[in-house]
Design a protein around this ligand. Structure first.
Ligand code: UD1
Length: 421
């Protein structure tokens, strides 16, 4: 198993390009099941979750031609399509559940493995199943698989989500593209990966899809999609992670390939901690301050609130702040696994239910650490960068699920980091 060896402290300086968004690519790749002709997706990040999604699509009988050099993929439907998403692939990546909506909508049936729980929380799929049922899908669960089918076609209707869910919103949008008539979905997730990218992709493919309220979308079902080529947006969380890296190391970083307007909340918070930030059309220039100010209370929320996927990274930054900060995790019930590892480096953090109380002024000292999940792992990398001495981070396969070439990008910026295989 690969590990990282990081020798700190280092400053993060220079220029970095943000890769394509993992969380925008996944539902767009799931949408390719709806096409009869070849569809091309560009700017895909080279990360393991994307490999897994493409393997899943290929296992259904699609021809998947990936160009690693320019980050694009061409996906073509072949004659015989299987409708089974197997356990061996879905177990490693929950987003496999996104194939359920497009498969039943287009092929009238699907057998999809239940994704199961994961370390950050139970992560049930009841909202996915309920919304698809309201569109006309019938299903039973047997031996760990959802066996779903429809008699003729899905039928458009008005549905309000009881709680905001990114994945369930995506599954419902994808299925509604082939539902008869008009579908209105209320209380949707409006993360830019959905409200901007997935919507624009489907519009370009010929789906009459429109946001008619802040969290309400209207979709008219179609019979066919137009063959298109589409380039996915930059990765919001990768961008936020590099911002934190600069902010906590007195760094000086130009971040290219991302629209700063999409992370206004995060940039305002970083300004509060003392970072100097200038924004341009597709670029952020951030200079970290010597004195980092605390944030009295920060809570994770659905977009356009502060994202749970940046909670661990901000916690690492706040360990270095002048005073005490509190972070409340409101999206996932068990997303503080990085805390025990940060403590090994010297952090003083107390957990009370879903709140973390972070004492500032931590002088991190290098240590051997264990990654537990994708975002927790990157928080450990950030801490190791500012720590004195050598840190070894084990099980970095978690990081490889969602960060493209992170060690190459960081070493170009002055971080002393090595992958040990
Ligand atoms: C997506 C993102 C993930 C991010 C999360 C929240 C992808 C591939 N993943 O995950 O990086 O952390 O949004 O922004 O885009 N829930 C239910 N029942 C359901 C569905 C969700 O109870 O059927 C709960 C979840 O357990 C969680 C909350 O709703 O507590 C939000 O989850 P959701 O927005 O669905 O997250 P994902 O789509 O899994």
């Amino acid at each position: 198993m690969d590990k990282f060896l990081i020798k700190g402290p280092c400053k993060v300086k220079g220029q970095v390009n943000i890769s394509g968004s993992k969380n925008a690519s996944l539902p767009i790749l799931a949408a390719t099941l709806l096409f009869d002709k070849t569809v091309e997706i560009k700017n895909l990040p080279r990360v393991r979750d994307i490999d897994t999604m493409l393997e899943l699509i290929s296992s259904l009988g699609f021809l998947v031609r990936r160009n690693y050099k320019n980050g694009s993929v061409k996906i073509t439907r072949l004659k015989k399509i299987k409708t089974i998403a197997s356990y061996s692939l879905v177990k490693t990546m929950r987003a496999g559940i996104l194939l359920l909506g497009p498969l039943v909508a287009k092929y009238k049936k699907a057998k999809t493995s239940l994704p199961g729980g994961c370390l950050i929380g139970a992560r049930p799929i009841n909202y996915h199943l309920n919304v698809l049922k309201k569109l006309g899908m019938q299903y039973s669960i047997k031996k760990g698989y959802i066996n779903a089918y429809i008699k003729t076609s899905l039928v458009g209707t008005t549905i309000k989500f009881p709680k905001i869910s990114v994945g369930a919103t995506e599954n419902a949008i994808l299925a509604s593209c082939f539902a008869k008539g008009k579908t209105i979905l209320k209380n949707c997730a409006i993360e830019p990966e959905i409200k901007k990218d997935l919507t624009n992709f489907l519009l370009k493919a010929g789906v009459p899809i429109k946001w008619i309220g802040k969290r309400t979308i209207q979709i008219y079902g179609v019979k066919k999609l137009k063959s298109i080529s589409y380039s996915v947006m930059g990765d919001r969380i990768e961008c936020g992670t590099f911002c934190v890296a600069a902010a906590m190391t007195e760094g000086n970083l130009r971040i290219k390939g991302f629209n700063p307007k999409l992370i206004k909340t995060e940039l305002n918070l970083l300004k509060k901690t003392g970072a100097k930030i200038k924004i341009y059309k597709n670029e952020i220039h951030i200079i970290g301050s010597k004195k980092i100010k605390n944030i009295k209370f920060l809570q994770t929320k659905e977009y356009d609130g502060f994202p749970t996927d940046l909670q661990a990274q901000f916690m690492t930054l706040l360990c270095k702040a002048e005073g005490r900060s509190v972070i409340s995790e409101n999206i996932f019930e068990n997303r503080f696994m990085h805390v025990a590892e940060l403590k090994r480096l010297g952090a003083k953090i107390l957990i009370k239910k879903n709140k973390a109380i972070i004492e500032g002024k931590t002088k991190f000292e290098g240590a051997e650490l264990m990654s537990s999940d994708l975002r927790a792992s990157v928080a450990l990398v950030l801490a190791a960068i500012v720590a004195n001495g050598i840190s070894i981070i084990n099980r970095i396969y978690h990081l490889d699920r969602g960060y493209e070439n992170i060690e190459k990008k960081l070493s170009k910026l002055g971080v002393n980091i090595k992958r040990i295989s």
